[in-house]
Design a protein around this ligand. Sequence first.
Ligand SMILES: *Cc1c(COP(=O)(O)O)cnc(C)c1O
Length: 385
Amino acid sequence: MSVTTDPGVPLCDLQQQYRELQAEIEAAVGRVLASGQFILGPDVAALEEEVARYCGAAYGVGCGSGTDALLLALSALGVGPGDEVIVPPFTFFATVGAICRLGARPVFADIDPLTCNLDPVQVESKVTPRTRAIIPVHLYGQCVDMEPLWQTAERRHVILIEDAAQAIGAEYQGKRTGTLGAMACFSFYPSKNLGTYGDAGMVVTNDAEWAKRMASLRVHGMEPKYYHKHIGWNARLDTIHAAILRVKLAHLDHWIALRQAAAARYDALIERYHLTGFLQRPVVRPKRRHVFNQYVVRVPAGQRDALAAYLRSQRIGCEIYYPVPVHLQECLAYLGHRPGDFPASEEASATVLALPMFPEISEAQQRRVVEACAAFLRQRARLVA
Ligand SMILES: *Cc1c(COP(=O)(O)O)cnc(C)c1O
């Protein structure tokens, strides 16, 4: 085999899953095409019911993306100018962007340095009379420590909105995401654990009034047709995506089990190659079902970028989620934050590295990834010697 045909190890491989389900998915899409019901067709209502049931919640409101889900949830609460929403600065930008888009102010609370998840202790001191909501982000597929947040929310009368974009199926004390706050936002972006071939999302809640308001907001607040009760926008979930997602939802728990098995293999390989002093493995807190949307190691700050470059040179995919914490993003300079304001988030941005992770990843592929990390370390040792 010549080097040029070496496929390497991709960060995420969507092709295998598609090939396995191709006949079923194409039949589902074909049915939608033949039905002519492309906008909020019957598959959308069916998916809403099925995802809500999967989570153990009462209502699902399908929408155009995870970003739309965040905007819908915050809009349903009426969050706007003068309001504050507490979020971790170590997240995908959408969590914070949604708050700013509605004219509210994001108030950052730092993360637990080990799990990279929002630290409830940091949240407590950030609550003010203007705080409307807290958005815990279940990063990489592991749930935030919710118990202290439940207490804060109750005592201070604020609403918890889960950003569960990376964590469908994840559990905390035996309860699934979708039921850990008042509302939960999911993304069905292709690389999420339940992903379609395009953009889609959903908000899940037990509250009938909020569900109704969000279903209205996603169609320009139209109730009835051409009479506008709220100022909404177009945030609909396409029927084609709903049909694809219904096929895939039936496999989600199996895929989660495969991701967990792959994570355990990485853990063992990192130990076997004596890399535990170099690659800090993901920390899973007790009473959690971690669904491993990402397998993220921590690399000593000065070496992370060199390791990433080396892995890519070996055709091994890797990614930094996320290289710049949100409080230091250019477009949010108006908030006046400086480096040093959220040390755990800044440290995470300098040290995290996601290794290839998808349900079908093989042991041989994983061995190749970890061997490459070991080779990098040997090369470094030689350079220093
Ligand atoms: C993916 C993601 C989103 C946004 O979802 P989209 O469907 O891409 O709009 C929001 N928050 C987090 C944490 C995400 O990972």
